[in-house]
Design a binder for this molecule. Structure first.
Ligand code: AQP
Length: 336
């Protein structure tokens, strides 16, 4: 089993090219990735196959995939030191997913809560890809024998399934897959929707006021934060159950300024939500503006993006096919 270089862990992260990344993606995941990459052997993938589970115009899917790749470069991830690639450039993902489908019980796939949630959200297009999404995700992971996989709360169940499938497969065929562990790194915040603070902030939310997109201008950011749903109490303190809107804005403010909740409560004691929201907007603008500038520089250089994506796919494929060939041999495919 081919694994990470000595003393460094191999860590794998994917992001779907299902829209422009949001402040949620940034505070929950992206912001930690550069630090993670300094300490580990990292593989970053743009999950464009996963993005097909919702209907996209072809030109939009292509553009979003290129843009998501540019965001990864804008974060400062080094394409020489890390593997940064697009999932569809390495067909081994789809090939292993098919094989793993045959080692996953229908019942266990049916228990995935994300499938239930997403089928409600996309009631007009409940496709089989949405159902088998976690099995493709298991293939994404198991191809690379990572030591650890950073996952948010929403993805824990899928990682558990990947571990179950790998354990079952190893039980039949011997030591083929490394059993992946969740990565417990610097904690990423869970950012909720600005219009419905009980819900996660998502880039595919049809209501553009619900999220701050990483491409929003400073004015758009300020407007969205100023119109974020709060409550009528006009007091700034953290209580995720009773005051989900204010608590979400406090989380965002805390992430952007490094201040803890007690300091924030003291800062806004006796002040109204107007002052608070203006401060949150300024902090978000200060955090996102340099990243956006870097992204705009990189996204304009299509030749550079293509060259990095090609090299990334070649490096990823070398690892992926080593695992896939082993799997194909084990299950009994005739190899010539
Ligand atoms: N609101 C969020 N708060 C904290 N972390 C978040 N992430 C996403 N939204 C939030 C984290 O970002 C990483 C990449 O996410 P993804 O695009 O692969 O999948 P997702 O979780 O399904 O993100 P979205 O924005 O909600 O996408 P759509 O709308 O397409 O389903 C992950 O580490 C995720 O936890």
């Amino acid at each position: 089993m081919e694994t990470a270089t000595e003393n460094r862990k191999r860590v794998l992260s994917f992001v779907q090219s299902s829209g422009t990344p949001t402040l949620g993606n940034y505070l929950g995941a992206f912001r930690n990735w550069a630090g993670m990459a300094a300490e580990n052997d990292c593989i970053f993938g743009v999950a464009d196959l996963h993005a097909l589970t919702v209907r996209n115009a072809p030109a939009d899917l292509r553009r979003r995939s290129i843009e998501m790749y540019a965001w990864l470069l804008a974060l400062g991830l080094d394409p020489e030191k890390n593997i940064i690639f697009l999932q569809s450039h390495v067909p081994a993902h789809a090939q292993l997913a098919w094989i793993l489908n045959c080692y996953t019980a229908f019942g266990e796939a049916s228990r995935m809560t994300q499938f239930k949630d997403k089928s409600k959200q996309h009631a007009d297009n409940v496709n089989v890809g949405l159902f088998t999404y976690p099995i493709l995700m298991a293939a994404d992971i198991l191809l690379y024998n990572p030591d650890q996989v950073p996952v948010g709360d929403d993805q824990k169940q899928h990682l558990e399934l990947a571990r179950d499938i790998a354990t079952r497969f190893n039980g039949i065929y011997g030591d083929v897959f490394k059993i992946p562990e969740p990565y417990i790194g610097k904690k990423g915040a869970r950012v909720t929707s600005l219009t419905d603070p009980e819900k996660k902030m998502s880039k595919s939310d049809p209501n553009v006021k619900s999220f701050v997109s990483l491409t929003d201008t400073n004015d758009q950011i300020a407007k969205k934060i100023k119109s974020a749903v709060t409550d009528s109490e006009a007091a700034v303190y953290f209580d995720a159950e009773k005051k989900p809107g204010v608590s979400n804005l406090m989380t965002i403010y805390s992430c952007c300024t490094g201040r803890d909740f007690a300091a924030i409560e003291a800062e806004f004691a006796g002040k109204g939500y107007g002052d608070f929201k203006a401060a949150v907007a300024d902090a978000v603008v200060a955090e996102l503006e340099p990243l956006r500038t870097e992204y705009e520089r990189i996204v304009g250089d299509k030749a550079y993006i293509a060259a990095c994506a090609k090299t990334g796919a070649e490096k990823a494929a070398r690892l992926a096919y080593r695992t896939l060939n082993k799997v194909m041999k084990k299950v009994g495919f005739y190899q010539v």
